[in-house]
Design a protein around this ligand. Sequence first.
Ligand code: KG4
Ligand code: ZN
Length: 345
Amino acid sequence: MLVLGIETSCDETATAVLNISSPGSFKILSECVASQTDVHRAYGGVVPELASREHLTALPLLLEECLAQSQVPLEKIDLIGVTCGPGLKGCLLTGVEFAKGLSIASRVPTVGVNHIEGHVWAPRLIHPELEPPFLALIASGGHSEIQIVKGIGEYELIARTVDDAAGEAFDKSAALMDFPYPGGPALAQMADTFAGKPRFALPKVMREAKGLSFAGLKTAISLLVQREKQSGSFQSSKAEIASAVQNAIVDALLFKVGKALEASRLSTLVVTGGVSANAYLREKAMSLRVPHVLFPAKQHCMDNAAMIAYVAGIRFLICGECGSQKESLEIHPRWPIEHAGEQLV
Ligand code: KG4
Ligand code: ZN
């Protein structure tokens, strides 16, 4: 089955073509991503209206490029998978309406995919052996979640974002340290240049909170940066501060993951989403008491369409036309993954 994936939930436009025979047997034929980072940098964050317009311009070009790379003409596509939520309303609408148009023109069924569900299964793209049940930490720019994954469409929530998501915590901390948007990866890169234990003690966030919360971290970083700037030592201690910030965020996430592993006694942990590209998070996750720890390939940590095509394909293989709509496909800007298995109407 040849599946075209379309992803436009935030600031990355992505398309992919996968050939899927079964959940464990598939091939990525092509994948294309157009990042809008440069467009949003001047504003210090994603501007939804600009993002939707960028998707609109990029989608036809990316579709063409992706089909050409895969050497699959549109007429040969069997199924379209498109992100319906969660995400920015205008961005989701652009992708879904584009998919609907393609679907009607080429008479191909379309499956609406939950973006978080895409992230959960992204590691399968390089680990076809990954089987549920497993524990998943989804750490992205918009969401932090810990879920027990029992199967496609079957999730049990353990904890989710209360305030900032993990990627947001990285990006906002980076902004306080004068890194240009989105500063998360740059902060991480600088943190990794610091060897040893940073002198700065940031609060141990999230431990007591019920959900995943970074309350108090920004204030602590802001005060620390202010103090270091006033004493003229900010530049020389920047890598050390970055390391302290990275430690605090990773510690907070993995403390909760450790508790969930203990309670659930699951033997596999999946760490996914944009922040799973972080080398320190990967290293620390590998040292948890769990036999198997799996991550996505680097290109599938960030938003991509291969994970969307994959989930669409598997859903279609499991339940055929169920979950597939054409004209009636709708966006769900707030769509908890626990409801991803329900029919979209
Ligand atoms: O999953 P993603 O592409 O988008 C959302 O669905 O939100 O995640 C993007 C987030 C951004 O906040 C970015 O700063 C963060 O992932 N990120 C990182 C790293 N690479 C990306 N954060 C920390 N360390 C990294 N290496
Ligand atoms: Zn994402």
